[in-house]
Write a protein that binds this ligand. Structure first.
Ligand code: NAG
Ligand code: NAG
Ligand code: NAG
Ligand code: NAG
Ligand code: NAG
Ligand code: NAG
Ligand code: NAG
Length: 413
């Protein structure tokens, strides 16, 4: 649902877009086209797991609209806030050179967009190619206010540093919460981390065993044709969950992460953390049929607080050679071996194997450092009210905090 050309653009923004055009038209080298979107933030009722929940989304959809730009384009997104909440949108991973005011961090780079107010984000997307995501940067609303941000090379798909895929498919892994996300945020600010998501999703669909009607639904379906290569643009838009993703009978070739090309490597399991993106090639080289893709939520090892076991599934479905329709209706899909939810080594090796592929248009990383810093990031609990000891897990006597070099964040007063 791209809104390019849809006339819901505020008059001021439209005028600005024309000025932009005139300025750039004078420069013969400038190819900066402007990609425009209108994001209407509103609340809609959505039913998942047989329960209706009021969710805050962009343009009535979950996930929200995908933004597609070519490297070097200018992006202009008009946000119309019809929700009852303060909202900002953050362009996760966009470098924002000379446009930090468009970064979408409330009370830091901008005042939040109040209910019934509008705001236009304008910035250039330059020096980066691949997949990123946009999401709300207020409380926990990013759980439902998110979407893909795809940056294509300016010289087309034939300039990818990997074989040109036949098709590109964004795949967003997420969490479904059947509670009010504003309440979830209040609970967390209060130090209460006891709420759990209801289910996990692929492109907004629960899939597999989570359909309460008793009928096992396919969830997200990836239609493939034998011999073709697919570029899956994987995005983890969950609030907290890291996933392992597998497709029965298929391997992945990892080619990019967070809008950086990487030295390609092949694996049967993808590990993807919240906010991370990974571009992978999948070749449809298995015997034609139906194959499950399964995403399992990782857990920290015991004795840390344990969540319920979460997974979600979709299917890879081969199109029949003969008549182009989906065949194999009665054949049960092939199930992958499920990765263990407590396995920490797979994500360690997965990320350890990720090395940057230098890009011809990008400067090299400087090898000399003037100063070295030792920084530790940690998650832990502290006792409320400065008590020296307290019950730690699943208790309201302690608060979970993140810290950097043992210093936690405190809101300025
Ligand atoms: C916000 O944008 C919408 C759609 O263009 C428009 O109808 C509305 O008047 C604008 N509101 C404000 C406060 O500018
Ligand atoms: C959502 O559903 C509730 C109960 O069915 C209804 O009262 C409410 O008006 C609905 N809200 C929207 C935005 O559709
Ligand atoms: C919303 O943002 C405005 C500043 O733009 C602030 O004054 C107000 O307190 C915020 N409201 C909430 C509910 O956070
Ligand atoms: C298409 O092929 C599938 C699987 O081979 C078969 O089940 C189906 O009946 C065929 N449909 C038509 C219209 O020929
Ligand atoms: C890369 O993956 C392989 C196989 O999982 C593993 O043995 C190796 O240690 C990994 N390399 C790094 C640097 O993590
Ligand atoms: C903490 O939890 C206990 C029971 O689990 C409850 O009785 C008590 O009121 C709670 N205290 C606060 C400050 O919320
Ligand atoms: C970290 O902070 C806590 C609480 O202030 C303190 O007890 C502890 O000694 C600190 N640890 C280090 C390594 O500085």
């Amino acid at each position: 649902m791209t809104s390019r050309g849809v006339p819901v653009v505020p008059a001021v923004a439209a005028a600005t877009a024309i000025i932009f055009f005139v300025l750039t038209a004078g420069q013969p080298t400038a190819t900066a086209a402007i990609v425009e979107h209108t994001f209407i933030v509103s609340q809609v009722n959505m039913t998942r797991s047989c329960k209706e929940t009021l969710v805050t989304v962009v343009n009535g959809q979950l996930p929200g609209p995908a933004i597609e730009v070519t490297e070097g384009n200018s992006l202009s997104v008009h946000v119309v806030n019809k929700s009852p909440y303060n909202i900002t949108i953050h362009w996760h991973g966009v470098k924002q050179r000379l446009s930090c005011w468009a970064d979408g961090v409330p009370m830091i780079t901008q005042c939040p967009i109040r209910p019934n107010h509008n705001f236009t984000y304008r910035f250039d997307v330059a020096g980066q190619e691949g997949t990123l995501l946009w999401h709300a940067h207020v409380g926990c609303f990013r759980a439902t206010l998110h979407g893909a941000l795809i940056i294509r090379p300016r010289h087309g798909a034939s300039s990818y540093p990997f074989p040109k895929p036949h098709m590109e498919i964004p795949m967003i892994l997420g969490e479904w919460w059947d509670m009010d996300l504003a309440q979830l945020d209040r609970n967390m600010v209060d130090g209460d981390f006891l709420d759990n998501p209801t289910a996990m999703t692929i492109n907004g669909q629960l899939g597999g065993p989570f359909d309460c009607s008793g009928i096992v639904k396919d969830g997200f379906v990836l239609d493939v044709e034998t011999g073709m290569t697919y570029l899956l643009r994987l995005i983890n838009a969950a609030l907290f969950t890291e996933f392992y993703l597998k497709i029965a009978g298929h391997k992945f070739t990892v080619v990019a992460s967070d809008a950086n090309y990487v030295n390609p490597y092949t694996t049967d399991t993808i590990a993807i953390a919240p906010g991370e993106t990974t571009d992978v090639l999948v070749v449809a080289d298995a015997p034609p049929g139906k194959y499950y893709m399964v995403a399992v939520a990782l857990q920290t090892p015991k004795p840390d607080q344990q969540l319920p076991f979460f997974m979600t599934s979709g299917t890879v479905q081969y199109r029949s050679h003969n008549n182009g329709t989906r065949g194999h209706h009665n054949v049960a899909p092939v199930v992958p071996d499920l990765p263990d939810q407590h396995d920490t080594m797979t994500t360690y090796y997965f990320h350890g194997n990720m090395t940057s592929l230098r890009h011809p248009r990008r400067p090299q990383v400087p090898v000399h450092a003037d100063e070295h810093f030792f920084v530790t990031l940690s998650d832990g609990s502290i006792c409320r009210h400065g008590h020296p000891s307290c019950k730690r897990s699943g208790s309201n006597e302690s608060i979970l905090v993140a810290a950097m070099n043992n210093v936690s964040f405190q809101l300025p007063v």
